[in-house]
Design a protein around this ligand. Sequence first.
Ligand code: NJP
Length: 235
Amino acid sequence: MNRKDGGVLQGRVVAVTGASKGIGLGVVQKLTAEGATVIGGARDVSGVVCEGATFLPLDVTDAASVDAFAEQARRAGVDALVNNAGVGVFKPVQDITEADYRRVMDTNVLGTLLMTRALLPHFQALGRGQVVNVTSDVSARTFATGALYTASKYAQRAVTQALASEGHAYGLRVTEIRPGMVDTFFGDTQQGEEYKAEWLKPDDVAGAVLYALSAPAHVRIDEVLLHPVVQDVAF
Ligand code: NJP
């Protein structure tokens, strides 16, 4: 429910990718509940509704689609971007196809680059702005069958950290959100399915995004790493 009585994000306008379900929809609900106006995008936004949010079609792998979405976000007065759209394929190295590679890298890495690039001049002109990238707890470690997905998340982490350095001069604040297992529609694997009830919920990750976006203007939250208690630290 969109708060009319002054939530902590009153007056803020946030663009969220991958907003139709899972973590992205949880972020939309959390931010609008705190008074933000949200522009949410995903390839299929039919039937997605949240008071305080506008949902637009967006394919983050397609520069023309990204530019059209960014234009609407700029018109709405966007001051923050949450790069959340992502996909996962989990296979041993010997089974990874070129199509798998392009789907995962294009969505997770190219998508983050295109979407960010489209809004940076606007944030630069504003002299402020925030970029929050939802990567993963595996953006700095890997595991068997994780080669492709973790390669994409390591790359997203690198983009996030380089962007923080580049944007520092004009007041851009950049945050990496690194969730462990989250109960969503994500992934091409049933791994760990039996524990799903105990995984993080989208709202837990949305809380970390809210923490970054609501930090005082002189505070930069560089990264947030969060896990469900049930997930082994070394997993
Ligand atoms: O996934 P899911 P999550 N252009 O499948 C959209 C990371 N993460 O919420 O386009 C635009 O429920 C898709 O909509 P549609 C993960 O790597 C997760 O779990 O219509 N949007 C939907 O709205 C990812 O970066 C876990 O198919 C595109 C959304 O993305 C982020 O969390 C653990 C798109 C995906 O919803 C959100 O994933 C972790 C495109 N080309 C990190 N392709 C976890 N769940 O356990 C997809 O460490 N979308």
